[in-house]
Design a protein around this ligand. Sequence first.
Ligand code: FES
Length: 105
Amino acid sequence: MPFVKAASAAALPPGSMVQAKFDDDLYVICNVDGELHAMDGRCPHAGGPLAEGALHGHVVSCPWHMWEFDCRTGETDFNPRFNLKTFPVKVEGGDILIDISDPGA
Ligand code: FES
């Protein structure tokens, strides 16, 4: 699948996150100091919606039990087997696009 529209760039100022959903899959897109990163949006612990958590720098905290993930890499310090996939992301014409067919991690 090619890049698909996930959100409006205007909805994602630095220091914020937005959720995108395709079929039953959730994705979270983070704006870290103007750089955008996309990763799986559902927490591997119990399915918490990561975009509804908190973003501190590049660290996303799950809203349910506070597991933390690096939105640049999808990694968690808790246990590497719970690392999340990341996805290519770009901005075109005011839209944020992600390539959900091409996980990078
Ligand atoms: S569901 Fe995310 S930490 Fe429990």
